[in-house]
Design a binder for this molecule. Structure first.
Ligand code: SF4
Length: 463
């Protein structure tokens, strides 16, 4: 059997899928000067291949089938498996229609297909609900999948084959879209799936329970990458990589014991990091961390089931990362149900004060299948599912209008990135007199933004 795997390049803005927003994906359409720059840089440098597709490639190949991969073109095949998203589902279903008209059986996989199968059912021969590996294994072993097919989560993740990046080729390229950060991506790796936390807005925890791979199995995969590619850059896509401190310590020990030359970045919560752990992980190859701060307001966080982290701990971890040269990327969310103008302004102030290397701001999105979705369902006015993209207001907020949310989002990016100290930090300028001048310039820049904000919205985005 010839299996076509389709991770379609999204249309209209910068579309990211796979593990982004748990698999629903996101679409950034530039909405300000700063977001245009962010859009350009992300498009140019951060373009990860799909780890889900690489797993399915490995399973199909292991079962003796031919694997073809596409990002947009129509290919000959017996069956096509399409990675679904919410933000680009119309494009994906249109592609599926064309493949079916050529006699190819088409199935959808991924979080969007699992939670919103009705969006895909009329354009597919089958829709896989759940993590796809178990159902795809049945397909590869001869079962004819049809309609809505449940796929049980793999409880022992060590039993899965390693992702086959070599099979995700486009037009005979040796590898597709895989390069070395910071010049264009890296190898995504899942050392665990799901998340044991309870944030009610989070789509990462709604497909299956939290499971982890053994340290030996993860490092075996790293070793294979290190043997195949020179000093590979690995991006752990686990939502909470450092959930178990002991496991991370054992992982670092194992990398060093095997003498692997790898560099990696992880996503986590800052309360799962400390100075000693950072030292150890840095020695093993840690070069960047991404972490959710979400909001500075404990009330806003508690109402969505998220445990706040003390500010002093933020400062300590970020300062130590800076000392070690570890890049920090903080995620913030604007528009929690308990948010108002002041709490969002305080969050933006906090982001600037913490001064991570990068900051990403998004608007709270009630993703289908999350407890938050149920909570605010009656207030959702957006009927186009593709607008559930992380940047578009979709429900009537109790304290902020859609215009205010959009304005605050734009102001967050402008205030964070368009300040003299941001550039000075990037350039690692330490000279005391220059830093004093930069601080004065920051104050002037902030005052200028305040004047503009008051002109436009009658109030300033600062506390
Ligand atoms: S800690 Fe992060 S990944 Fe886990 S449930 Fe909360 S937001 Fe989701």
């Amino acid at each position: 059997m010839r299996v076509v795997l389709a991770d379609l390049k999204g249309i209209g803005g910068l579309v990211t899928k796979d593990t982004v927003a748990g698999g629903y994906g996101s679409r950034l359409v530039p909405f300000s000067k700063v977001s245009r720059v962010v859009h350009y840089l992300k498009r140019r440098y951060i373009n990860l291949p799909s780890v889900q597709m690489a797993y399915l490639a490995a399973i199909c190949d292991r079962e003796g089938h031919q694997v073809a991969f596409t990002r947009d073109g129509l290919l000959e095949g017996d069956v096509a498996l399409v990675l679904s998203s919410l933000v680009d589902y119309r494009h994906e279903t249109a592609w599926a229609d064309q493949m079916r008209s050529r006699g190819v059986r088409v199935g959808f996989v991924g979080l969007a297909a699992s939670k919103m199968p009705h969006l895909f059912a009329d354009h597919a021969d089958f829709v896989i609900r759940g993590e796809p590996e178990e159902a795809v294994l049945r397909l590869a072993r001869g079962e004819e999948l049809a309609g809505l097919c449940d796929s049980a989560p793999i409880m022992d993740l060590d039993t899965l084959p390693f992702p086959r990046w070599d099979l995700l080729r486009v037009n005979g390229q040796r590898r597709s879209r895989v390069a070395v950060r910071p010049n264009g991506g890296g190898f995504p790796l899942l050392s665990s799936r799901g998340c044991p936390e309870f944030c009610t807005y989070c789509p990462h925890r709604i497909l299956a329970d939290h499971r982890v791979r053994s340290v030996g199995n993860i490092v075996d995969e790293l070793e294979l990458l290190a043997r195949t590619y020179r000093r590979p850059y690995v991006i752990f896509r686990d939502p909470l990589f450092t959930e178990s401190r002991d496991r991370v310590l054992a992982f670092c020990d194992e990398i060093q014991a095997r003498g692997l030359e790898v560099r990696f970045d992880v996503e986590t919560r800052l309360d799962r990091l400390d100075v000693a752990l950072l030292d150890k992980a840095h020695a093993a190859g840690l070069r960047a961390i991404s972490y959710g701060v979400e909001s500075v307001s404990p009330q806003a966080l508690k109402r969505v089931g998220r445990r706040p982290i003390p500010e002093a701990h933020h400062r300590e971890v970020i300062a130590h990362c800076r000392k070690l040269g570890i890049v920090t990327a903080a995620f913030y969310v604007i528009g929690f149900p308990a948010d108002d103008w002041q709490s969002v302004a305080a969050t933006i102030d906090f982001a600037i004060a913490m001064d991570s290397t990068f900051a990403q701001f998004k608007v709270l999105t009630p993703y289908p299948g999350t407890p938050l979705f149920t909570q605010v369902e009656a207030q959702i006015y957006e009927s186009d599912w593709e607008k559930f993209d992380g940047f578009t207001p979709t429900f009537t907020h109790p304290n902020l209008t859609a215009d205010e949310l959009r304005f605050l989002l734009g102001a967050a990016y402008t205030r964070f990135y368009m300040r003299p100290s941001y550039l000075a930090n990037l350039l690692k300028i330490q000279n005391t007199r220059v830093r004093e001048w930069v601080t004065r310039m920051d104050r002037r820049t902030s005052a200028r933004y305040s004047r503009i904000e008051i002109e436009k919205m009658s109030r300033s985005v600062t506390c």
